[in-house]
Design a protein. Structure first.
Length: 492
């Protein structure tokens, strides 16, 4: 038909069979999955066994779930938006995009213990080669409010929506690189360090003593006596933030007027003390930090603006200066400036927790049973790790969050055109940095193409080590990763 417009008459043709995709640049990420072998390995040992001839294949189930997570979906219902895609299923080697119900039923058919062990093996595969380089383990707890009657939806610690049932996500991340080591989903009232402890120590024991982290760094929810005692017994250094309890406040008040406050960096001052809080088996080193509040004190600002957060514990000196405070407990012997910077570095990892929750659907894909929530959380973490490594192939010195990297390196309308001997994917990207993205993706394709050409000479493990070494060349200074002694024979 012909329609009129201010640009003149336009001829419109309907072609319901046109093979189009809104994720045209995903073809480069699919090449990453193929050359690295991570997706084929995920499918190969999937513990989903169904005998019905009408049941979809494991590859279709996992392919649908991976593409949904990659697209930024947060609900099973969002899977429907991919069902009209005429390009990606063929590129990923799946027959079709499944319905949301088919994906939910498939996850329900996976026995929980087997499914967690299966996904944990693949999370370990992403990070295991990196753990011999000297690293910091960041631990945190994330609260996911719930609005239904899901298993584990009980009242617990919920700082933003008090009285709302929730799930608790205990997560452990390889700091700076922002790679997820493990995550577990528990009921809303299981939010303390004692609940996270079994998963933490299972992770550390699985890693092996020769590749333990140099430091366990965590927020105030982890500073329990039981966890710190275990760290001291095992010889694992720790640095954790303390809650400003009455005893901690008394120590701050006692030391506030004294001298000896040392520079802790970025406007903070610190002073050493030794405290034995109630519930602690012994006294420990505590570093009290303070920072001068500029302008009008927060307590006064809160009266003007009810939305403004009040300082948890401000103090006022004889000179009228107002300070806010924080407290760290540690087994390290470093000076105050080093400890202050070590804990501030945790802010980078805090961004990873926020990114996973807000941009990757951590806490989404919720079902009535807790088992599928645990499986879905690990699937999201796995795809996040894969995408993180893929984007570092393009930008090795910087972490590109999904809110930036997906529009830049993933989203673009593409049309598949078949020729006699070749299939062409015509991509139309309107991003402001489309030219940079095209160059970056071309560089990734050239690197992966070189590995694919050498596939007969390289084992899958060797290819994976080369991909990791290239993606993390900024951190490694251009050198190749060295495998652990027990893996050296297999890699070399």
């Amino acid at each position: 038909m012909t329609v009129d417009s201010w640009a003149g008459q336009i001829k419109v043709e309907w072609d319901p069979q046109a093979p189009l995709t809104p994720l045209g640049q995903a073809s480069f990420f699919i090449e990453f999955l193929k050359v690295s072998g991570v997706f084929d390995a995920l499918v190969a040992d999937c513990p989903l066994h169904r005998t019905s001839p009408n049941a979809p294949s494991n590859r279709d189930v996992l392919g649908t779930l991976v593409l949904s997570v990659l697209a930024g979906h947060k609900r099973y219902a969002h899977v429907t938006t991919l069902r009209a895609d005429g390009v990606l299923p063929e590129l990923l080697g799946i027959t079709r995009i499944l319905s949301e119900d088919a994906v939910r039923r498939a996850l329900a058919a996976i026995e929980e213990a087997q499914g967690i062990a299966w996904l944990q093996r693949h999370l370990d595969h992403c990070t295991e080669p990196l753990l011999g380089e000297g690293w910091v383990l960041d631990a945190d707890t994330t609260v996911k409010p719930l609005y239904g009657r899901q298993e584990g939806a009980v009242l617990g610690y919920n700082p933003k929506k008090r009285g709302r049932p929730s799930h608790t996500y205990h997560s452990f991340i390889l700091s700076n690189l922002r790679l997820v080591l493990d995550v577990d989903v528990m009921a809303g009232n299981q939010h303390t360090a004692n609940h996270a402890g079994p998963g933490l120590w299972a992770l550390i024991e699985r890693i092996g003593r020769d590749r333990w982290p140099r430091l366990l760094r965590a927020d105030k929810g982890f500073a329990s006596d039981a966890l710190m005692l275990r760290c001291e017994e095992e010889g694992l250094p720790y640095l954790m933030r303390l809650r400003l309890t009455k005893n901690v406040k008394r120590a701050i008040e006692r030391l506030a007027g004294r001298g000896g406050w040392a520079d802790a960096g970025q406007g903070w001052q610190g002073i050493d003390t030794t405290l034995r809080l109630s519930g602690w088996a012994k006294a420990r080193r505590v570093v009290l930090l303070r920072r001068r509040v500029k302008g009008k004190p927060a307590a006064a600002r809160a009266a003007d603006n009810p939305e403004q957060l009040r300082l948890s514990f401000p103090t006022v000196t004889d000179g009228g200066e107002v300070f806010e405070h924080a407290a760290l407990v540690t087994s390290l012997e470093d000076n105050i400036l080093a400890l202050g910077q070590l804990y501030r570095d945790r802010a980078d990892c805090e961004n990873a927790f926020d990114e996973l929750k807000n941009q990757w659907g951590w806490g989404g894909f919720t079902t009535h049973d807790l088992a599928r929530c645990r499986l879905a959380a690990r699937v999201v973490a796995l795809v996040y790790n894969w995408w993180n490594l893929f984007t570092r192939l393009a930008e090795p010195g910087e972490h590109l969050e999904a809110i930036t990297s997906r529009p830049l390196l993933l989203t673009a309308i593409a049309e598949r055109i078949r020729h006699a001997r070749q299939t062409t994917l015509r991509i139309a990207s309107t991003h402001a940095k489309a030219r940079w993205a095209a160059r970056a993706l071309a560089g990734i394709a050239a690197f992966l193409g070189g590995l694919a050409n050498a596939a007969e000479q390289l084992t899958p493990q060797q290819r994976w080590y080369r991909i990791l070494s290239h993606a993390l060349r900024h951190f490694l200074g251009g050198r190749m990763l060295k495998p652990p002694i027990r893996l050296a024979a297999a890699v070399t």
